[in-house]
Design a protein around this ligand. Sequence first.
Ligand code: HMG
Ligand code: MG
Length: 302
Amino acid sequence: MDANVRIVEVGPRDGLQNEKTPISTSAKLAFIESLAKSGLKEIEATSFVSPKWVPQLGDAAELWAQLPSGPEYSALVPNVKGLQRALQCGVDRISFFTAASEAFTQKNINMTIEESLVAFEQILDEFREVKPNGHVRAYLSTAFECPYAGRIEPEQTLSVARRLVNLGADEVSVSDTIGVAVPTEVSHLTKLLLEHLPKNKIAYHFHDTRGTALANLAKAFELGVTTFDSSAAGLGGCPYAPGAGGNLATEDLVYFFERSGVPTGVNLPELAQASLPILELLGRRPTAKAQLAVFSEQRNCP
Ligand code: HMG
Ligand code: MG
């Protein structure tokens, strides 16, 4: 295959936001440092969300101040208050989130889709004033199905994606929040999106609840999408999306691309090690397939 791929590692944010066991700032920093050493170049490090909603990420400012140099870091900002906290820390890559489902925006951010787009516009204006060259990503959750409202029509997902791009998002991360999609649905939605939006504006964020994330990624990649989110060890979930499993494991993604002849710049054995201390703190064993395969080849099963 002759293509470049961009990986956005979301383990420190999506991977940890749903975990009840408190993880110290120093353990998060050690995790991020190992991810960076393995070769990951873009890492979503945290979320400037209210600690009342997501206590695990209440240390966003403290963490941001100590991030190791190397990768490009981004942070999730849910509202203007989050943006202001992020700007105080010097964040220049932000991610906003809305959804294709009304029911989900209500549960997740306490807004209608329309209200969330107004909030996005306000966030963009304030952000661009301070960081004219900053990067803005918008997550579009429940792009295929909502845990409260059921299936989402591809035209509905397209319509919110177009609004986000027209408002000024540099990219839209089309998210299968509860991990239900299969390749035929990804194919249909991707073709529709690419009829209306440039391909460099589209990323995919597949949760792997039912084991279809890698097949979905392969389909989207075949159709020309080259930016994918994933999480080391497949950590992840959303506190406001019942049934959301972990993200596509970065190890599986890296194995898939490297074996397909598409360089990722990531050292898989180093990546396989990177999440072990966090998994131990969470009382979990590794489950990502390509990660386990590395350990089995090394005869070193933790
Ligand atoms: P709200 O309760 O409507 O907001 O929440 P509020 O303005 O009434 O604020 C309530 C309290 O929180 C106030 O404090 C605010 O000051 C404070 P009090 O007056 O009670 O002391 N507050 C904040 N503090 C610090 N930082 C902030 C902040 N905002 C308010 N940023 C809000 C509205 C959007 C904030 C809320 O709904 C929220 O935070 N929701 C969090 C949702 C979330 O984090 N979800 C997970 C991330 S999204 C995701 O995982 C999906 C994704 O992975 C893609 C996919 O898989 O689909 C991206
Ligand atoms: Mg997610």
